[in-house]
Design a protein around this ligand. Structure first.
Ligand SMILES: [Zn+2]
Length: 245
């Protein structure tokens, strides 16, 4: 650093003020990224995602049961119609031979038996449908109350995030005039160092160490700093280093 652009004491103070402001912004942004309200919301949404999967599966299961039900109902109808036709043939007296009558009676008996089997099957299917409907209703009840909790959690998250965003904006408003007061070259050096240094761009030589990286310097290096300019670069972390007079 040449004599020409040696920073003033005010600039050095401002550097630390700027670092303080940037630390605060970073802390608030970190809080924003790790909001408890967001974690709670994520957890509830995760629960609902699982339940939604169950919802879809149950719904599909119910659809299949209903399809079976319609099919068996159709078969029962067809068997009923066939019974009616056979009975009509039998009782209208259109059958003359004993053999024809016997065949019709046998047909009626077997059709009737098959219909009764189908009716039992239908009852069983309807029970399954009822059970699936009950489970689906329960699940949807749980999801409805979960949806309320998700809405509340979303509100809480939004409120917490909004509050932090407002605070971040306020701090940034405070930063602007501080940053504007710097020589452009010094501000650029600070910002580059901060970007490389995880947000911290400047340290102070204090207790024989750099406050940014906390590494203690050997004595000869400290003497070098003390005899050098008030603003230099930390040999360890390459951040700006303020050497107090
Ligand atoms: Zn350092």
């Amino acid at each position: 650093m040449t004599e020409h652009d040696a920073p003033s004491t005010e600039d050095l103070d401002r550097l630390l003020t700027l670092q303080g402001i940037d630390d605060e912004i970073r802390r608030l942004e970190h809080q924003l990224d790790g909001l408890v309200e967001q974690q709670q919301l994520d957890e509830l949404v995760g629960q609902d995602t699982l339940l939604a999967q169950g919802d879809t599966e149950l719904d599909e299961q119910l659809e299949r049961v209903k399809r079976d039900q319609r099919q068996v109902e159709g078969e029962i109808d067809a068997l009923g119609q066939r019974l009616e036709e056979e009975r009509t043939r039998l009782y209208e007296g259109s059958l003359s031979s004993a053999r024809e009558i016997q065949a019709a009676e046998a047909e009626i008996a077997s059709t009737s038996r098959r219909r009764s089997e189908h009716e039992d099957q239908l009852l069983e299917i309807m029970e399954r449908a009822e059970e699936a409907e009950g489970r689906l209703d329960d699940l949807r009840g749980v999801r409805a109350s979960l949806a309320e909790r998700i809405a509340e959690a979303t509100q809480a998250r939004d409120a917490a995030a909004q509050e932090l965003l407002v605070r971040i904006t306020e701090v940034k408003v405070r930063r602007d005039p501080v940053a504007a007061a710097f020589p452009a070259e010094l501000l650029a050096r600070y910002e580059q160092a901060a970007e490389r240094g995880g947000g911290t761009g400047v340290g102070v030589l204090r207790h024989n160490a750099c406050t940014a990286c906390r590494i203690t310097f050997p004595m000869n290096e400290i003497n070098g700093y003390l005899m050098g300019p008030p603003l230099t670069t930390c040999s360890q972390c390459r951040r700006l280093l303020i050497v107090p007079a």
